[in-house]
Design a binder for this molecule. Structure first.
Ligand SMILES: Cc1ncc(COP(=O)(O)O)c(C=O)c1O
Length: 549
């Protein structure tokens, strides 16, 4: 063989070796969601290019080219709200003002309630309070004695109503008081908790942590340890806490290298899982069933009217079954992250609700009866942190406050109550109840000719807007005026506790209608003839480019 033949043969061999790699790489690219939520690195690069600027008064009211008369109505509306808030919420506002510069969280959240262009003007003209003094039933009371219907659900912790949690904490504290905050050994109530949790989760073992973020970290770490593989798969838009590896896009200064963000409910993702050898686990947050592949719908991203949501239980159940099958075939750990939804859909959580058993399940939020918690439940094979045959090869995970007696006490009360007739009854016809309420909401809004709609996954709601407007985010302020409390992400996520009676719900609906009527009357939903969401986004892009260059 002459030299050139050898070289050609080598080149061919090299090509043959790289072809499967190239094919796998291509499969991976095809399994990404086409939006920015599917391209975390690109999203991060794009986010870094977005210029910071704020609208002056003229642009604040007229960013959509509204005529003078409409702008004037908006200005009057905002001034009225501002004056009313200043008078009605004086003490809450004073406390917020005093604390704002000193609480990093507050500085952050108060800057991201609305699209950033509007934030500075709004902060000067329409202040809202971040403090409340008491809670009872389905209501919160602020420092001025104003009552609000609580639609925040305490980030999802509040499933059964605030009084339920108050008494879990009181009774739990009473049970463990003799031991107090002694750490390192267990209070006896832990035995009972573990017994109940094993039954509820259908898993062999439990580990206690201090937050949902930590529970997810530990579940992923165990999956990597037992599979010897590097990568975790998460789905576009899904939140799993703020740990680096599960938050590869904007928000995380250091992008992780061992995370694949793939498209949920898509066969191309299954192909990737079937063919790659480096995948340790797949993380599922079942809340995404309400808006697959989209990020949590915060009002700061509400720049137009394109937000949509909708839950298809059958389709999502089918998807989870498909995932289960491929994970089993490939030895990949299927992790259900039930930190948010656990115990909200069914007493046995999303596993029970969708009829799919995961390898590892994370819980948090509600399960400690109102105290801080994160938990992993899993099969003993997955949960084991050491190997007898290689004793130095351990999967280390500890935490000073894990299994804190007070947390365990409140958890015991929570879990006991979960087994009572009274609490079991609350799960009866749960979906029917909340689906009917959404129908009632939507028909009323349609009847009133108001562009506000709701979509739900049981008692978790998203408000969307049937109007291509740049000002939909204003609704959160009109809702506050009507005594409805939302969390800082605004109308994208309403969380109802299950103790909302029909009368409570009717009252909320009436207030929604009143808020939307006022917002309409103040001109915020005016829009040019033929306006589309796409045109709004194009205009915004041009505006940003102009600010950038
Ligand atoms: C699905 C999911 N996983 C993890 C977390 C993180 O939990 P924590 O805020 O307790 O760290 C959250 C919090 O909202 C969540 O919704």
């Amino acid at each position: 063989m002459n030299e050139s033949l050898v070289l050609s043969a080598l080149a061919l061999a090299a090509l043959a070796a790289t072809l499967p790699m190239a094919r796998r790489r291509m499969q991976l690219s095809l399994a990404k969601h086409p939006s920015l939520t599917g391209h975390a690195r690109m999203a991060k690069r794009v986010a870094a290019l977005v210029p910071g600027y704020g609208y002056d008064e003229a642009r604040f009211f007229g960013s959509d080219g509204a005529p003078e008369s409409v702008q004037a109505a908006r200005r009057i509306g905002l001034d009225r709200l501002g004056a009313e808030f200043a008078a009605r919420f004086a003490n809450s506002l004073a406390a917020t003002e005093a604390a704002r510069e000193g609480i990093s969280d507050l500085r952050f959240t108060s800057s991201y309630r609305v699209p950033f262009q509007y934030a500075a003007y709004l902060r000067d003209h329409l202040k809202i309070g971040a403090f409340v003094q008491s809670a009872e039933g389905v209501k919160l009371t602020d420092l001025d004695g104003n009552e609000f219907f609580d639609l925040t659900g305490s980030y999802g912790v509040n499933v059964f109503g605030v009084d339920f949690y108050k008494s879990c904490i009181d009774e739990g504290g009473h049970r463990v008081r003799a031991l107090g905050p002694v750490l390192g050994s267990y209070h006896p109530c832990v035995v009972d908790n573990v017994r109940r949790l094993r039954r509820i989760s259908g898993q062999d073992e439990v580990s206690f942590h201090m937050s949902g973020t930590e529970a997810v970290m530990q579940a992923v770490r165990l999956a990597r340890y037992h599979t010897g593989r590097s990568h975790l798969v998460r789905f576009s838009g899904a939140y799993h806490g703020w740990w680096e590896d599960v938050q590869p896009g904007p928000g995380n200064p250091l992008p992780p290298r061992e995370t694949y963000t793939l498209r949920e409910m898509n066969p191309r993702t299954l192909r990737v899982l079937r063919t790659r050898r480096d995948i340790a686990c797949v993380l599922v947050n079942p809340l995404q069933a309400l808006h697959p592949n989209a990020a949590a719908p915060g009002d700061s991203a509400l720049v137009d009217g394109s937000r949509r949501a909708g839950f298809d239980r059958e389709a999502y159940t089918h998807w989870l079954h498909e995932l289960r099958q491929v994970c089993t075939e490939r030895g990949i750990a299927l992790i259900f992250d039930e930190v948010f939804l656990g115990f909200r859909l069914a007493p046995g959580g999303a596993q029970e609700y969708f009829g799919v058993r995961a390898d590892l399940v994370t819980y948090g939020k509600t399960v400690a009866g109102g105290l801080p918690i994160g938990m992993v439940c899993g099969g003993s094979h997955w949960m084991k942190r050491f190997r007898e045959d290689r004793p130095a090869d351990v999967c280390f995970a500890r935490g000073t406050f894990n299994a804190h007696p007070y947390v365990m006490g409140a958890m015991q009360v929570f879990l006991e109550r979960l087994d009572t007739e009274d609490v079991r009854r609350r799960y009866l016809n749960l979906d029917e109840t909340w689906n009917l309420r959404v129908e009632q909401f939507n028909s009323r809004m349609t009847f009133e000719d108001l562009p506000v709609r709701a979509a739900n996954l049981s008692s978790v709601w998203t408000i969307w807007y049937a109007v291509p407007s740049r000002y939909n985010w204003m609704l959160q302020y009109y809702l506050r005026e009507q005594g409805l409390a939302l969390s800082w992400i605004g109308t994208g996520r309403l969380i109802f506790s299950l103790n909302y009676s029909a009368a409570d719900f009717d009252a909320v609906l009436e207030r929604f209608v009143a808020a939307a009527r006022r917002m309409a009357a103040d001109g915020w939903w005016w829009h040019p003839q033929g306006q589309t969401d796409r045109a709004i986004r194009r205009g915004l892009l041009l505006e940003m480019l102009a600010h950038r260059f």
